[in-house]
Every structure is written in structure tokens, then in C-alpha cells.
Design a protein around this ligand. Structure first.
Ligand code: AGP
Length: 609
């Protein structure tokens, strides 16, 4: 939440910062601001310009100013402390210090009281301004020392880019919890919350280690620990191209990302198939990870947690060991019972979700083994887990997760199969046949991607309603949960997902004439049961959209729309039903005239609790 970036070098820093902020806008879009060094003769000044609203507002404001600077920092905000006002927008300044911040300073109240005694009072309601005041109070000409001392006092999560008025051309960065990557190339030195802000200039970058200070200048980037020792950071390389982070002719990133799913699946699955069998050798995940356990806990947030729900069903089906799925924010404070025989699997697109990261840390502390399924290379969750399986979805820009979700699903299949092979519960030939089915599901997904007109048509009805229900059992219930979240998230229509059998224990009272019910009935063992539940809602006037496998003869009076999946092994229907729920949410939001890629109040990467 919040995107921050800094640049120093030969190019026009204003342009670089605006471009970087545009790329980071998915992280927050309440307000934006920039600060830059302006020198005339021997005097240096830091100038700050801010606007409420999107980065485009800031760009318009800057267009009318004649700014020639080679060193600047910029911020796009997702408001936490203090409302959406220009005063609360970043950058924040105090004395010689100007900074941008991503994260939350938990003890800002206490620090503010102490700083008042030194005559420093904030003008904003933000925790970030207190950090600027604190660093200024500790600054006597040595930036490293001031930052080090400040970090001893700050409690919470932070990534800062800081400029000191008497150090023109220099940016200092430090982080704890919140992400920061940096790169140096012939264009200059860059720092940002995410590589997407830098990739136009460099595909090689490094993750700034926590509690280290990076000093960026036009000559390079110097990283030191708090004791002043130089630190050599491991370089990473982005394999995708800048085009992947652009809309490429689609109206919205979400639509583009929905269509990228077959490729994302192929890129994620095929490197893990050796001799037709699932194989994690290249990932460095040994079979011994799966043999010494008697329990699995899957923990994640939001969409990633929904992928985990499918993971539970698959792992239990093939391995017959208990699996629980825990919401990371509950798990971390829930006093969980874990030991060395527990495998904790965390799932995260960003790899930076604060609650999921805390779940990894807690699991490690309690002696469990940790395996993460992560999309962003080098992210905190990936680095702090014992083992990591990277999904290869490429950058996901739309706040609503689509391709990151389906590649997470694919990883659940691979883990379930490999685990069962390792424990002797799945023969090689059976595993090979499962893998074949998994690969085939990519073609089936391509077929369902052609259902767009049909689903767009259905969205005409949905766009007008206030409430909606998703129903399913087993695998279809896991999918229903994701369908409901996706719709709420971007169309602002209230929706609930129900395990179909549970509906009559209360919620059926909400089913009245014309309330849409989207029912998934793709699994043979519960097909008749789901159909009975559909009959129940239908007889109470529901507007029913029924999704079934191919070859099912459905009474036409039972539903208003019958969506039929391509013929396939029912184990793999989630890849197709996922597309259906994504399209429904997408077309509904578009018809309601909403900002599909940047829904209100949300941010892509939730780095606060
Ligand atoms: C999904 O559309 C949401 N944007 C959200 O639920 C997301 O999946 C969740 O915040 C977890 O994010 P992560 O995968 O980056 O950890």
C-alpha cells in the first residue's frame, strides 16, 4: 500500500518519477506527490508538490511548472493515517529532511509527544510526518547516523526514501517490513516499491535488505548495514518485458490479465514437468519436505486463500493427511499449534502481504517447515520461507487478482501430486495421467475464454442488483468464494458465497424474486445435491445462472442461463469456472461504469495489518 520511488542521475528526474508513479499506482491512488532538489549557486532547496487524487492530477500540475531536476522522490498514497488531503499527502518535510513512506509507524503518537518537547509539531495527521520529524531531530550532518538512530525508535513497518536538503543529488533508502528494490544503470540510480517502476530502465535489480541503508547518487548505489559495513546485494533479473506491465491494447489490465492466463499457466506448470511427472528439483524443494509431515496448514489472504481452499481438497484427496486453511490475519493471532511435523504453505501474489508474512515468521518460530507459493521474485515471503515455488504469472497490475489466482491453483495440483508421489500414495503412471489432465485444462480454459459474449450478456442483469449469491459444494464452493470476492471487489455489489447445503440454515431467507444465484454444479458426487439446492432457490424466485459440466441434461425451467463447460476431467473444472467468475465480475463492473483496475478503497499489495 502506497508506492514510492526515487531517482538520481543524468535524466530529468521529474519525468522519471511521474512514469514510475504511474506504474506504481495500483498500490494506492488517493493522492500523489513529488519532492526534488533545486540548486542555485551554493544554495539548495527541496521543493515539494502534491495533489489529491490520481497520479495524472500530479502530472497535470507539474506540466505547468518549469522543473529541471536530476534528483527526486515520489509517492502515490493509499491513506491509512489521516484523510485524503493535500496536507496528508507525501512527501513530508521537517527541517532539512524530506521523505516518502510506505508502511505504518505504530508508535507515532508516543514519538509525536516526545518531539513536541523539541519544538517540532506535525502539520498533517500522518504517522509518516512523525518519521520525518524524528530523523530531522537526529540529523547533525550524517544521514546514515540519523537514519540508524531513527530506526532504533521506530516501531512498525516502513520503506523510506529520504532526501536531505544539504545533500543535493543523494537519496537515502531504508526498509523494515515494506518492500524496496533498487537498480543502477547508465541512466542513473533508481529505487522503488516494485520493479515495475524501474523496468523501463533496468531489468537487473536487487532487493534492499531490511535494516540496511542504500545511498543513491549519480555515481552508483552504496548499501551498508547499520554498523557501516558495505553489503553486496544479490542481483535479480526480471524475465518479463516492459510490455507485460502495459495494457497492450486491452481496455483494462484486468481483461488483459484474464486473457494472459493460458500462458501464465503454461509458464508455471511446464518447467515443473520432467519426464511427464511433477518435479520440484529445479526449485530446490526436496521430497523429504513432504515425507516427514503429518499435517499441512495453508495460510494466505483473500484470493490467495481461496486458492488454498482448493489446495486443501487436493492434498487431502491424494495424501490423506489433514489440511487446514487459515486466514493469515486470524492465524497469526490465533495461537496456532504447530511443530516440526507441520508443513505450512503460504500463498501470495505479491509476497509482501503483511499478515501472510507474519504467518511465515510465526510458523518458523514455532518450528514448522514453510513452503511459499509466490509470484514476485525476491519478495519478503519468498525470502523468509524455507522453500519457495514461484508462480510465473508475470506482473499483475489490476487490483483484482485473476492470472495470479489460476497459477496458484495450478501449483496446488502440482504440490498435491508431488507430495503423494513422495509418500508413495500416487504411482508414476497415475501422476503422469494427472499431469496430462492439468496441461489439457489450459486448452479448456482457452475455450471458456470465448464465452465472453455470453457472460457480458448475463452481466446486463447482474449490474442492476444489490445482492447476489454464489453457490457450490466442495471444489465448487472454493470457486464460489472467489467469485463472490471478485464481484464485490470491483462491482461493489453485495454478494455471498455459500456452501450450497448451508443455505437453508439461514441465508435462504434472503432469496426473493429476482435475486441472482450463480450455482456451480461441476462435480459428479454432489451434482444432484447442488441441483436440489438450485430447485430450492428457484422456487423462491431466484434468477439462476447454472454452470454445469458438459453432457448434463438440465430442466430448462430450473435456470435463466445454463453455462456448459467443455467436456473434461472434473478435477480440472476450476480453471474454467475461474474464467466465468472473472468475466462476470469484470463485465458487471464495466457496465456499472466503475474503475475496474483500481476499485475504491483497495490497493494491490496489502503491506499493513
Ligand atoms: C484479490 O482480487 C485481492 N486483490 C486480494 O484478495 C489479494 O488476493 C490479497 O490481498 C492477497 O494478496 P497477495 O496474494 O499479494 O498476498
Amino acid at each position: 500500500m502506497c508506492g514510492i520511488t526515487g531517482y538520481t542521475g543524468m535524466l530529468n528526474a521529474k519525468d522519471i518519477i511521474v512514469e514510475g508513479l504511474q506504474a506504481l499506482e495500483y498500490r494506492g491512488y488517493d493522492s500523489a506527490g513529488i519532492a526534488f532538489c533545486s540548486s542555485s549557486g551554493s544554495s539548495n532547496k527541496t521543493i515539494t508538490i502534491k495533489t489529491v487524487g490520481k497520479v495524472s492530477n500530479l502530472a497535470s500540475k507539474l506540466a505547468s511548472e518549469n522543473i529541471d531536476t536530476h534528483c527526486a522522490i515520489g509517492h502515490t498514497r493509499w491513506a491509512t493515517h489521516g484523510g485524503v488531503t493535500e496536507t496528508n499527502s507525501h512527501p513530508h518535510s521537517c527541517g532539512k529532511v524530506t521523505l516518502i513512506h510506505n508502511g505504518i509507524i505504530e508508535n507515532y503518537h508516543e514519538l509525536a509527544n516526545e518531539l513536541a518537547e523539541t519544538g517540532r509539531y506535525p502539520v498533517s495527521q500522518t504517522d509518516s510526518e512523525i518519521a520525518a520529524m524524528l530523523i530531522d531531530s537526529l540529523y547533525d550532518g550524517d544521514p546514515h547516523e540519523a537514519i540508524r538512530k531513527a530506526s532504533e525508535r521506530l516501531i512498525g513497518a516502513y520503506a523510506f526514501c529520504i532526501i536531505f536538503e544539504d545533500r543535493p543529488g543523494s537519496i537515502y533508502s531504508v526498509r523494515c517490513g515494506s518492500p524496496l528494490v533498487a537498480a543502477y544503470c547508465e541512466d542513473g540510480a533508481f529505487v522503488a516499491s516494485d520493479i515495475v517502476a524501474i523496468i523501463e530502465h533496468s531489468k537487473d535489480y536487487f532487493v534492499l535488505p531490511e535494516h540496511h541503508i542504500a545511498h543513491l547518487s549519480s555515481e552508483g548505489i552504496n548499501v551498508v548495514d547499520y554498523a557501516g559495513n558495505t553489503y553486496e546485494c544479490d542481483m535479480l533479473h526480471v524475465s518479463w518485458d516492459i510490455a507485460a506491465a502495459k495494457k497492450g491494447g486491452y481496455e483494462h489490465f484486468m481483461l488483459k490479465e484474464i486473457h494472459e492466463q493460458p500462458d501464465a499457466l503454461l509458464n508455471t506448470i511446464t518447467p515443473r514437468i520432467i519426464n511427464n511427472l511433477p518435479d520440484f528439483d529445479e526449485d530446490g524443494v526436496p521430497d523429504s519436505l513432504f515425507t516427514g509431515i503429518n499435517r499441512v496448514v495453508i495460510t494466505a489472504c483473500g484470493t490467495a486463500m481461496h486458492a488454498g481452499m482448493l489446495g486443501k481438497l487436493l492434498i487431502e484427496k491424494y495424501n490423506r493427511i489433514p489440511v487446514s486453511v487459515e486466514i493469515a490475519s486470524e492465524f497469526r493471532y490465533g495461537n496456532p499449534i504447530l511443530d516440526e511435523h507441520t508443513l505450512v504453505i503460504t500463498i501470495s501474489q505479491s509476497g509482501e502481504t503483511a499478515d501472510t508474512l507474519a504467518a511465515v515468521r510465526l510458523s518458523t518460530e514455532l518450528g514448522a517447515k514453510t513452503l511459499s507459493v509466490v509470484n514476485v521474485k525476491g519478495s519478503s515471503i519468498a525470502r523468509e520461507s524455507d522453500y519457495v515455488l514461484y508462480t510465473h504469472a508475470g506482473p499483475e497490475i489490476s487490483v483484482a487478482s485473476t492470472k495470479a489466482y489460476t497459477v496458484q491453483l495450478s501449483m496446488m495440483y502440482l504440490i498435491a501430486y508431488r507430495m503423494a508421489m513422495a509418500t508413495g500414495k500416487l504411482s508414476d503412471s497415475e501422476a503422469a495421467s494427472r499431469v496430462k489432465g492439468l496441461l489439457k485444462s489450459i486448452d479448456n480454459m482457452k475455450r471458456v475464454l470465448k464465452y465472453d459474449d455470453e457472460l457480458n450478456e448475463i452481466s446486463k442483469k447482474i449490474r442492476k442488483v444489490e445482492n447476489l449469491f454464489y453457490l457450490g459444494r466442495g471444489v465448487d464452493y472454493a470457486i464460489a468464494c472467489e467469485g463472490s470476492l471478485k464481484l464485490k471487489e470491483i462491482s461493489y455489489i453485495h454478494s455471498e458465497a455459500y456452501a450450497a447445503g448451508e443455505l437453508k440454515h439461514g441465508t435462504i431467507s434472503l432469496i426473493v424474486d429476482n435475486v441472482p444465484v450463480i450455482a456451480f454444479a461441476t462435480q459428479e458426487n454432489v451434482y444432484a445435491k447442488v441441483i436440489s439446492n438450485v430447485v430450492e432457490v428457484r422456487s423462491r424466485g431466484a434468477y439462476v445462472i447454472l454452470v454445469t459440466s458438459a453432457g448434463k441434461r438440465v430442466d430448462t425451467t430450473l435456470c435463466d442461463h445454463h453455462i456448459i463447460l467443455p467436456a473434461m476431467d472434473e478435477e480440472f473444472t476450476p480453471f474454467c469456472t475461474a474464467v466465468i467468475l472473472q468475466y462476470l465480475a469484470y463485465f458487471t463492473a464495466v457496465r456499472r461504469g466503475l474503475n475496474v483496475d483500481q476499485p475504491r478503497n483497495l490497493a494491490k499489495s496489502v503491506t499493513v495489518e
